[in-house]
Design a protein around this ligand. Structure first.
Ligand code: DC
Length: 223
């Protein structure tokens, strides 16, 4: 069984998806981490030559040989470059912004589409991202699109940054959310949008637990 959870930044989709994976004993695919990992390697100049980003066979080979995604319910998702765990480096602003730009590249999307489908072989899966329900797993059993008002998401983002000792005004946060939303939803390939058969959930006034409960009851209802 495959469950997809798509949505814009700071909608809480990754937290909910991971909890849902735990609850349903599924393999969790956080697809954003793949784009982040490649963006990080690019910033670190480990993707050489950079032109392989437009060369499907070369990029496929690079990802196959160098990038490993694994998931353990206790530790969560882990991404490695060769033998080095890089997950702790993937949440910086520089990586976030580079990942959003990289995600507009059709070759990159194609490589991660195949990668995610391979990860999902022989597993029950909860996958979160932007195009999991529309492009990567169009035949998923259950599809959700989680969103929230832009100001609410900007506040969540601001609070998250605060926890990591990064000060950001609400105005700056709103501008950033707008910029990422625009890039993710206006791109040509696999833009952020709900698939026609997904349940759309606005969790502006819901906690993570309430969002999860809502998803669980919608799954029960559709079974
Ligand atoms: O979910 P996230 O914020 O970790 O994702 C980082 C970037 O990767 C985001 O700006 C858009 C891109 N992304 C994507 O285009 N498609 C996905 N399925 C997941 C992420």
């Amino acid at each position: 069984m495959i469950i997809t959870i798509d949505g814009p930044m700071a909608s809480g989709k990754s937290t909910v998806a991971r909890l849902l994976a735990e609850q349903t004993k599924s393999f969790y695919i956080n697809s954003g981490l793949l784009f982040r990992a490649l963006a990080f390697l690019l910033l670190e100049k480990r993707v050489q030559p950079e032109s392989i980003l437009h060369d499907l066979p070369a990029l496929t080979q690079f990802v196959k040989e160098c990038l490993f995604y694994s998931y353990n319910p206790k530790t969560g998702p882990v991404v490695s470059y060769k033998n080095l765990i890089i997950t702790p480096f993937l949440k910086t602003s520089a990586v976030s912004s580079a990942a959003s730009i990289l995600a507009t590249e059709s070759t990159v999307r194609q490589v991660f589409l195949t990668y995610q489908r391979t990860l999902a072989e022989n597993h029950d899966v909860v996958a979160d991202g932007r195009d999991c329900g529309t492009v990567v797993f169009p035949a998923a059993s259950f599809k959700f699109f989680i969103t929230a008002h832009v100001t609410v998401r900007a506040q969540r983002f601001q609070q998250d940054k605060e926890r990591h000792n990064v000060a950001l005004s609400l105005e700056e946060s709103i501008a950033l959310v707008h910029e990422r939303d625009t890039r993710d939803s206006m791109r040509i390939y696999a833009p952020l949008k709900p698939s026609s058969d997904s349940c759309i959930l606005d969790n502006s006034s819901l906690t993570i637990q309430e969002t999860l409960d809502c998803i669980l009851s919608l799954i029960d209802f559709q079974k």
